[in-house]
Design a protein around this ligand. Sequence first.
Ligand SMILES: [Fe+2]
Length: 229
Amino acid sequence: MALRRILCNSKILTSANFNCGNSRSVQTLSLPDLPYDYGALEPAISGEIMRLHHQKHHQAYVTNYNKALEQLDSAISKADASAVVKLQSTIKFNGGGHINHSIFWKNLAPVNEGGGDPPKGSLSNAIEKQFGSLEVLVQKINSEGAALQGSGWVWLALDKEFKRLLVETTANQDPIVTKGSALLPLLGVDVWEHAYYLQYKNVKPDYLKNIWKVMNWNYATQVYEKECI
Ligand SMILES: [Fe+2]
């Protein structure tokens, strides 16, 4: 995760990690690069969508999170508990937006780089054991994504404690960890309208059907095997 530092004056230096003379550093975020060109996922996802999604939407989450962090730092320095509490929802929404989209870009890959290839090895075995087949799992994810009211995400996650896969949805920009601290995201599908509307209009099921043509199961397999093998 790319970071940049903002140095700001503070009178309440308590952590050695944040000490820097008479200043405290607040580490903020920057927009990560996409691992492929904007048009590289066509025709499944248009380059126009990818550009707007990355440059406008994800950038906005980063910008607003950083702004909130600076406000939080100011509120903490003033011991303004009301302001600290008020900022929590903004930080959750925009920080979650950054976390989720940073995963989402890696969940996708151009077809000529393995996008759409089915999972292999241990993850493939776990999917067959728990869901019966990859087709059944994809259908479950698509059904839950289509049924999600409002904006949100549908996830394939690993429960690290029980080493089990599960399909879960989150509202708005809530990251999967809000559904359980042991949950590790393998794949996340963005079902906000901004992820598909320019191309698929209001036909969300078509977007959900086509996104599997560029799904990066290799990434999901690496995350799974790092935890389970
Ligand atoms: Fe999005």
